[in-house]
Design a protein around this ligand. Sequence first.
Ligand SMILES: *[C@@H]1O[C@H](CO)[C@@H](O)[C@H](O)[C@H]1NC(C)=O
Ligand SMILES: *[C@@H]1O[C@H](CO)[C@@H](O)[C@H](O)[C@H]1NC(C)=O
Ligand SMILES: *[C@@H]1O[C@H](CO)[C@@H](O)[C@H](O)[C@H]1NC(C)=O
Ligand SMILES: *[C@@H]1O[C@H](CO)[C@@H](O)[C@H](O)[C@H]1NC(C)=O
Ligand SMILES: *[C@@H]1O[C@H](CO)[C@@H](O)[C@H](O)[C@H]1NC(C)=O
Ligand SMILES: *[C@@H]1O[C@H](CO)[C@@H](O)[C@H](O)[C@H]1NC(C)=O
Ligand SMILES: *[C@@H]1O[C@H](CO)[C@@H](O)[C@H](O)[C@H]1NC(C)=O
Ligand SMILES: *[C@@H]1O[C@H](CO)[C@@H](O)[C@H](O)[C@H]1NC(C)=O
Ligand SMILES: *[C@@H]1O[C@H](CO)[C@@H](O)[C@H](O)[C@H]1NC(C)=O
Ligand SMILES: *[C@@H]1O[C@H](CO)[C@@H](O)[C@H](O)[C@H]1NC(C)=O
Ligand SMILES: *[C@@H]1O[C@H](CO)[C@@H](O)[C@H](O)[C@H]1NC(C)=O
Ligand SMILES: *[C@@H]1O[C@H](CO)[C@@H](O)[C@H](O)[C@H]1NC(C)=O
Length: 673
Amino acid sequence: MKLPFVLPILGLAVTSSAIPYERYILAPKSRTLHPVLVHSSNGSVTSPQSLTMSSAGNTTSTFQGEAATALDFGINIAGIISLDIAAVSDADQYIGVTFSESSLWISNATSDATADSGDDEILWFHVNAPGRYTAPREKERGAFRYVTLVHNGTGSVEIGSIEVHYTAMPHWQDDAIGNYTGWFNCDDELLNRIWYAGAYTNQICTIDPAYGNALVLFGTEPSSGVPTPWYNNATITNGTSALVDGAKRDRLVWAGDMAIAVPGVVVSTNDVISIENSLDALFDQQNTTTGQLPYAGQPFPFMLSFTYHLYTLIGVADHYLYTGDIAYLTSLWSKWKFALSLSLSYIDSTGLMNITSPNDWLRFGMGGHNIEANAILYYTINQGIHLATVLNDTAPIANWTSSAEQIKAAANDLLWVAEEGMYRDNETTTLMPQDGNSWVVVANLTANSSQIEQISRNLAQRWTPYGAPAPEAADAISPFISGFELQAHFLAANTTAAIALMRLQWGFMMDDPRMTNSTLLEGYSTTGELHYAPYKNDARISHAHGWATGPTYSLTFYVAGIQLLSAGGKTWRIAPELGDLKHVDAGFSTSVGFFGARTEISDGRLEVKFETPKGTSGEVKIPLLACKGRAVVQELEGRCGDVVLEIAEADVGSVTVADVEGGKYQVTFACAS
Ligand SMILES: *[C@@H]1O[C@H](CO)[C@@H](O)[C@H](O)[C@H]1NC(C)=O
Ligand SMILES: *[C@@H]1O[C@H](CO)[C@@H](O)[C@H](O)[C@H]1NC(C)=O
Ligand SMILES: *[C@@H]1O[C@H](CO)[C@@H](O)[C@H](O)[C@H]1NC(C)=O
Ligand SMILES: *[C@@H]1O[C@H](CO)[C@@H](O)[C@H](O)[C@H]1NC(C)=O
Ligand SMILES: *[C@@H]1O[C@H](CO)[C@@H](O)[C@H](O)[C@H]1NC(C)=O
Ligand SMILES: *[C@@H]1O[C@H](CO)[C@@H](O)[C@H](O)[C@H]1NC(C)=O
Ligand SMILES: *[C@@H]1O[C@H](CO)[C@@H](O)[C@H](O)[C@H]1NC(C)=O
Ligand SMILES: *[C@@H]1O[C@H](CO)[C@@H](O)[C@H](O)[C@H]1NC(C)=O
Ligand SMILES: *[C@@H]1O[C@H](CO)[C@@H](O)[C@H](O)[C@H]1NC(C)=O
Ligand SMILES: *[C@@H]1O[C@H](CO)[C@@H](O)[C@H](O)[C@H]1NC(C)=O
Ligand SMILES: *[C@@H]1O[C@H](CO)[C@@H](O)[C@H](O)[C@H]1NC(C)=O
Ligand SMILES: *[C@@H]1O[C@H](CO)[C@@H](O)[C@H](O)[C@H]1NC(C)=O
């Protein structure tokens, strides 16, 4: 049966030269950056605005005596600072530079912090004559929105300009840092900005691996208040780019952080090489006697974290899911199995893994039969079963399958608290953690779907005006763990809660004046203070942390509904869930090809146009409107006939059409009139 109306021209295809929704992309168009605004000045500084891009008329700024000017780059950036000095009163002149991500830590004495004990040292330039002064490469700063120029003592310095050479995304062409392979757009501007801030946060966390954090003071920080020396000159991976946890700090490879960052990278820039360099660095450090993987990449001291050990394995499974690259998977497979066997060796007679090291995402009380760690183990084993099947390596599957079944049975028996509708942290506590309860849903450790609904509802009831709390980390809000909570709400079919949490928590991070308004932060308090429970020093908080970018992939996978199910998208699912939105358009490319979906809802009518690569296959889950009507799936290149579904009852929810070949489709659902 044919539809009674004429189809509009398909709008999905884009010409290769234009980047869709480019206006939202925060990545700089050139590596040479200048401040955009004067934030504040102190003492005698003539026309500080001449140091900004928009300066007109005055070309220099003179600092006389004790004086300072704070300059604003508009967004969080990263790089090497240069000063053009036009004149000095004598050879005994100095200009100091301090950096800060947040406006809270703008200072003429110190930068914001990379250590817990004190704020970071000022960077001094001895400007004894006119000329250009450039910071040494080990003094590149990983992230800052504000720079303060400080003149101390007597005499004067005339500054012609200040410039930053942008160093993030080192392996991408200077004028193409914003050439994204993916996009997202919907009828909520806040969500659009959050998606692009996530994409940009992951870019600023992609660094030249020769300039990671040297951790010069690790474990030997001076007593409080003493400015801390800092150097970014440790080699952290091979290759020419690496994905790290945070841009200012740690500037190290952390596998847990990657669990959120990697899918965000895939849907925006598909920068797979940086992911590989980071994963390889972790596997290069594997202990060949025990199989143990590092908590974090070098130069961080080698130690055991039950969860980060597993996250490294999840990184490999994710790499395969998003690339389909069998050769890369094969290169790490024996190390992968060795590492999993170490985790399995900690399973005791209860069937659960007994955690004997507290290292995790800096939550407290990680130990014993912890629910989060066991959910992550359950998830990892199931990823392993899938990978072993792909590789035809059937030997470990029986053992892994029964290990997983035992974990599931024991976790539900020992840790599910029916009266609370949540899992407890371990058998000896009443604390119901955000991390464990989010992860059980993500991992499918729950025994039934009623548990998933209860967890979603109960987590949402705990939100403060600033977001979802993580009671396992005292009064913290963790944008990391909240990324898994978002996923839990989507898996519970609670799209309303997921979108509400994005607006609440990520909206706060986007718009609060203490934020960079461009990148997403590591953590803060349940009261909205920029205090993060694991740290003494609030200036230490990273304002650009890849682990905070959960909405970027969630919006693409669950709201736009483009899901890769295997091998870079050989199989896929299109399942849009718009919540209260009326329009969503997203797309991204993997090595398998381009995936896109655009959904529009108007009075009594829903339309999804989607595109998947030829040679792939999948299913489309059509979200129905709450009415009787007709759903039609039409292949737009005329290769096969329409699928027509008569929906005879209202409130059916959705219908799924399986065995759909890759191609261009239009799906409509229209209410019966
Ligand atoms: C140039 O500097 C002078 C003296 O500080 C100031 O009065 C004037 O407003 C400045 N002009 C511009 C365009 O910045
Ligand atoms: C730095 O700030 C302090 C406090 O506002 C002020 O007393 C001092 O003069 C400033 N120093 C410089 C070099 O501007
Ligand atoms: C200014 O700071 C530099 C670098 O710390 C220092 O060597 C110099 O003595 C200071 N000048 C004055 C006048 O304090
Ligand atoms: C980056 O995108 C711009 C369009 O915005 C295009 O002109 C340019 O050629 C692209 N550069 C590369 C290296 O792809
Ligand atoms: C980092 O730079 C500092 C200061 O130049 C130097 O002392 C140190 O040896 C460098 N470290 C590395 C790993 O290159
Ligand atoms: C670079 O690769 C070599 C050879 O695999 C390895 O030994 C070394 O640890 C790697 N370096 C880093 C920083 O990961
Ligand atoms: C690997 O672990 C074993 C057992 O704990 C330990 O003795 C050995 O020193 C470790 N190897 C390295 C290279 O750290
Ligand atoms: C059990 O969980 C509580 C709450 O997180 C924690 O305080 C306690 O240390 C945990 N027990 C063990 C053995 O780690
Ligand atoms: C976990 O192992 C440790 C060290 O062997 C042991 O002391 C502790 O009792 C075990 N915890 C549980 C919950 O069995
Ligand atoms: C696994 O076996 C299948 C069927 O024999 C084969 O097509 C496939 O290439 C094998 N995969 C690998 C990674 O060897
Ligand atoms: C899996 O294998 C390990 C090591 O051989 C063994 O200790 C464990 O009992 C096995 N687990 C199951 C559930 O079969
Ligand atoms: C979740 O686990 C159950 C077995 O406990 C399985 O039947 C079900 O298919 C799993 N769901 C998903 C989405 O993998």
